[in-house]
Structures are given as structure tokens and as C-alpha cells.
Design a protein around this ligand. Sequence first.
Ligand SMILES: [Zn+2]
Length: 289
Amino acid sequence: MTFINGILDGVAYRAARHIGGEITPTVVILHDTASSLKEGSAANYLRDNDAKVSVQFVIELSGHIEQQVPINRRANHAGASSYHGRKGCNNFTIGIELVNPGKMRAAGANGVTWFGKTIHDDHLRNLDLAETPEHGRGMWMHYPAEQLEALLWLLRKLFANVPTLMDIRPHWYVSPGRKVDTNPLFPLEQVRGHILGREDPADDEALAQSMDASPDDLVIIATNGDTLNMRRWPSFNPNIIAKIPDETVVPVLRRGTFDGRVWLQVFYAGQEGWVVANYADAVTFPAAH
Ligand SMILES: [Zn+2]
């Protein structure tokens, strides 16, 4: 049993104060907490507050998942909302909150949150300016790989075990003009593509813009002692799937140029992924005598 009485086996469960009546969930709604990044801070608030808000799952930056409402009970996460004409999304959706500061005002390379806290763009946090029609312009924080991996794990569990689930949407999609979460850096179409089993546009693009390597094309990772990020797609979006140690020899499957930079699709640790070619040297064999 993966779910027992709507509670996911193997995940921390701490019951929220505001748990509503029974629901049949058909859609997953993704949120940002727009909160402090301190582990447990947003989860504690969502679990117990006077604002009557609640949510089924909270995912920390570290990837830690806490469940607070059973998946077959109503939580108060979406507010005024509409999905394809059906109003009141709390009555038929599962909410997942991702810890994230939400929309920030740019201050140089850093961001200032709505509650006045400065988030620094550094080795821990990765910030970028972005603007979309749905979000407006702002400074935003990338979702760490650990958090995205935990989200994908949770979504796979949900879609494998809840046959009524059909779709995954961000809060801004069901509350347009009122909400901007998840943020514009969230890899929404990739996540939807993976879980909903539809064609992944990023995969098609990567194939179309690259060429098969020769069968004996090998490279050695050359990062001067560091690991090299292997990514799901040839882009710097949050899509790291492995870290390849320095001096590892890997076979090259494809080569391509994306945004003016050469990327290699390699095979490492049982999976295919993309690395920046600058950090991989050709392996040459001494000529036979
Ligand atoms: Zn939200």
C-alpha cells in the first residue's frame, strides 16, 4: 500500500488544523510558499494558522516532504480559482507547496522579498530576472535540484496510485491575475511532460539541434577536481540529474550547439544526460606501432 487513508507511506505526516471534507482529486495544483526559506518555517505555518489555510504537501528546498492533509480530504490552498470552468479548486485538487521566496524586487544581482528579506544570489541560491505575461517582471529564485527531484518523486507516486488524477497546473493557471506561483523559472512543461506522459518539447528540440556522435567517441571529464553537472536537457535550467566526478571517461552519444555553446549528450551511471563540452576533453589512443 502506498497510500493508507489518503496518507503517503514513507513520508512525514503531521496533521493540519484545517482539514475539510472528502474530495475526489482530479488535478494537482503547484504553489510557492512565498515565505522564509528556513526549513520547517512555512510547513509550521501551513499546519497551524488562524488564516484557515492548509495544503496536502509541503516540499522544502532540501527535498524533505511533509504531508499535512490526506489526499482525499479538502485543504484550503487555492482560494478563488477555476479549472476549465469548474470553480472552487480546493474541492477537487491536491495542493503541493514548494518552499520559495516568490516574487522579489531586484537589488543588483540579489532579490528583496515581499516581507523585506534580502535573498543573495550566491553559491547556495540561484536568482534570475524573468518576465512573463502571467507573472510580470521580477527577480525569482531557481528551484534546487533536490526540491524538483522530490516533487517528481511525489508526483509519480500520486499519478501511479490515484486513477482520477488527470492534470498538473500551477496556482497562476487557476487564479490568473491574482496569483503568480509557481514562479517563471519553474520547469512546468518538462514536469507536466514527464508525469503526464506527453511529448516533451525540450527533448525534441535537443534531438533536432544535435547530431549522433561516432561509436568510439569518448571524453574524459576535466573539471580540475570538481564534479561536472549532467543535465536532463542542454540548458542551465534546474535540471541536474547527476554529478560526474573529474577524470571519469564517458561515451558521447550526441553533440550539439545550444545558445552558442557546445553540449555533449553522454551516458553515465545508467542514464543519458547533457554536459557542457568545455569541461570534457577528447580521449585519444596512442597510435598502434
Ligand atoms: Zn499558491
